[in-house]
Write a protein that binds this ligand. Structure first.
Ligand code: PBG
Length: 324
């Protein structure tokens, strides 16, 4: 007899065999849908650079939430877009501000079925577009920003958010917010730390989504793309400060950081397939260059395979439906 004795193809021969030996599976419950809610518009507004994604009104949010619950995803992450922005992002701490109003709507509509999560960051609310408040020289003032985050956390908790997404990349933000919540008796509210968050070109469409006119860039607080060890250091710090979940973001260009994080973390590890990652796939598919559904599935599966326990993705509802 000639020919190979070892034949891995045996396990790929039929759909039933491939299904049986699959190492990674996707389930709707591990998908989180980011949603945008905009103040001062009567109708949902399409986001041109993210086909299929809209800025919701408080009314249009409701059926979208019902649909998300119906397909069985795990949760939603809410972002607010205020009508007026200022230097300190006042709307963020207004109990009736758009994000907090949207949170109340979401909790009332689907609070039992989905985990309602909120972005805890200032860039959607500031007129300069930075994730914090500025000092006299125009830099982002870390410790003054922590004070704003503490206030935001209490208002978001009061509105009913069950998991706060700390995405600002300020030093000490997890400890500061945990302390603010615990001091107010809100030990029940969980913290999702965007621990290894890199300065990325792939956030591009998000700027349109939240109508941010960022002055400068975020390189003084977000990580440099080439730095793998530094990403792990941020993860370690956030776990030590009390993060309940840590996240790597973006996802697809940082799968090594994700795998490293999954190997060392004692808390759940999530990843965020961000706006530009979504836009790339959708744009190529619209040109007929790739198959949208296959690329959607493969991209999120790859993020799971690298070590993410759950994935924030704008494909969440479509993907959940395709898994049924
Ligand atoms: C910060 C925040 C951003 C995103 C999520 N939270 C923007 C940024 O850091 O520049 C980006 C998400 C995406 O691009 O889909 N509030």
């Amino acid at each position: 007899m000639t020919g190979p004795v070892i034949r891995p193809r045996r396990l790929r021969d039929t759909p039933a065999m491939r299904r049986l030996v699959a190492e990674t599976r996707l389930h709707p419950a591990e998908l989180v849908l980011p949603m945008f809610v905009r103040e001062g518009v009567d109708e949902p507004v399409p986001i041109a650079s993210m086909p299929g994604v809209v800025q919701h009104t408080l009314d249009s949010l409701k059926p979208a939430l019902a649909e998300a619950a119906e397909v069985g995803i795990g949760g939603v992450m809410l972002f607010g877009i205020p009508e007026t922005k200022d230097a300190v992002g006042s709307c963020a701490t207004d109990p009736d501000g758009i994000l907090n109003a949207a949170t109340r709507v979401a909790v009332a509509e689907v609070g039992d079925a989905l985990v309602v999560q909120t972005d805890l960051c200032l860039d959607e609310f500031t007129d300069h577009g930075h994730c914090g408040v500025l000092d006299a020289r125009g830099g982002v003032d870390n410790d003054a920003t922590l004070e704003r985050y503490r206030e935001m956390a209490l208002v978001q908790a009061e509105a009913g958010s069950q998991l706060l997404g700390l995405s600002g990349m300020m030093d000490g933000q997890v400890a500061a917010v945990r302390d603010a919540l615990d001091s107010a008796g809100r030990t029940d509210v969980a913290l999702l730390a965007y621990a290894a968050k890199y300065a990325s070109a792939f956030y591009g469409p998000f700027r349109e989504a939240v109508q941010s006119s960022l002055q400068g860039d975020r390189r003084s607080y977000q990580l440099d793309s080439g730095n793998r060890r530094e990403g792990l250091r941020e993860v370690e710090l956030d776990i030590a400060e009390g993060a309940d979940i840590v996240m790597v973001k973006p996802a697809m260009s940082y799968l090594d950081v994700l795998a490293d994080t999954a190997a060392m973390s004692e808390v759940p590890v999530w990843a965020y397939q961000i706006s530009g990652e979504y836009a790339m796939i959708v744009a190529a598919a619209q040109n007929g260059w790739i198959d949208r559904d296959a690329a959607m599935l493969e991209s999120v599966l790859g993020i799971r395979r690298a070590g993410a326990d759950a994935v924030l993705t704008y494909f969440a509802v479509d993907l959940a439906r395709s898994l049924r």
